[in-house]
Design a protein. Structure first.
Length: 132
């Protein structure tokens, strides 16, 4: 299982980096099917985030955003606040690409507070910049 998942994931990233996003999606979806049958929830989250990155590359922002918000909840449940804040931030920043800037404020304020609590100064500065 492990090597098959790695191979599918690596092929997905290879095609993503080569600019063949549809082929990347095909491999990420194959990897997702595999991890849903044999893998862990964390493996599933990682593959979903890879898929979301590919959707962003294609301009399919709403689909990517849905995944980022979904995967952020997994990290929140695991009390992994760094990854929760990261995924929430990426999803919130996609509101700008969807011309829905006003919707970004609430999640970005939450991200800002988490980063402040974690003393993550670099990310805090980035989030503050997005908040204006």
């Amino acid at each position: 299982y492990k090597y098959q998942k790695q191979s599918l994931d690596r092929l997905g990233w290879l095609y993503h980096n080569m600019g063949n996003q549809q082929l990347a999606i095909d491999y990420f979806e194959k990897a997702l099917d595999l991890v849903r049958k044999k893998g862990s929830k964390r493996d599933e989250i990682d593959i979903k985030n890879s898929l979301a990155n590919t959707f962003v590359a294609l301009g399919r922002y709403a689909e990517a955003q849905k995944i980022y918000f979904e995967t952020s909840q997994y990290f929140k449940q695991q009390n992994n606040l760094g990854n929760y804040a990261y995924n929430l931030s990426v999803g919130a920043n996609l509101y700008r690409r969807l011309n829905q800037n006003e919707k970004a404020e609430k999640p970005l304020l939450e991200v800002y507070q988490i980063q402040k609590d974690l003393k993550d100064d670099w990310s805090l500065l980035t989030t503050a910049r997005y908040l204006g």
